[in-house]
Design a protein around this ligand. Structure first.
Ligand SMILES: [Zn+2]
Length: 108
């Protein structure tokens, strides 16, 4: 039986580098805390993030990162772009903070 994954999309920001530097918006304070469960962060090449996040599912806006939450197991997995110079370190930090908010149950 397939596990139920809750896929939370990252902010839908266009993939051009210029637009990418608009920082992902931060989670509200109640979701902006370390995840209490088992957190895994998988870093993939920036161009591959969208494919990994969508898992071959329907096309849509390019996803720069995504989060899979498995609530009944207390696990969260974040797919993040590797630091290859496509995004600034400040951007990547904001993105991880954003996705971590989703691990904590943030939906927007
Ligand atoms: Zn988001």
């Amino acid at each position: 039986m397939k596990k139920l994954f809750l896929l939370v999309m990252a902010s839908l920001i266009a993939s051009s580098a210029a637009l990418a530097e608009r920082l992902p918006f931060p989670p509200p304070a109640q979701f902006d805390k370390p995840y209490a469960g088992k957190l895994t962060v998988q870093y993939v090449n920036p161009a591959e993030v969208n494919g990994v996040c969508r898992g071959g599912q329907a096309a849509g806006p390019f996803m720069q990162a995504c989060t899979f939450v498995i609530p009944d197991r207390g696990e969260c997995k974040i797919i993040m772009p590797k630091d290859t110079g496509v995004y600034s370190k400040q951007y990547l930090a904001a993105l991880l903070k954003h996705e971590n908010g989703h691990c904590n149950g943030w939906v927007h």
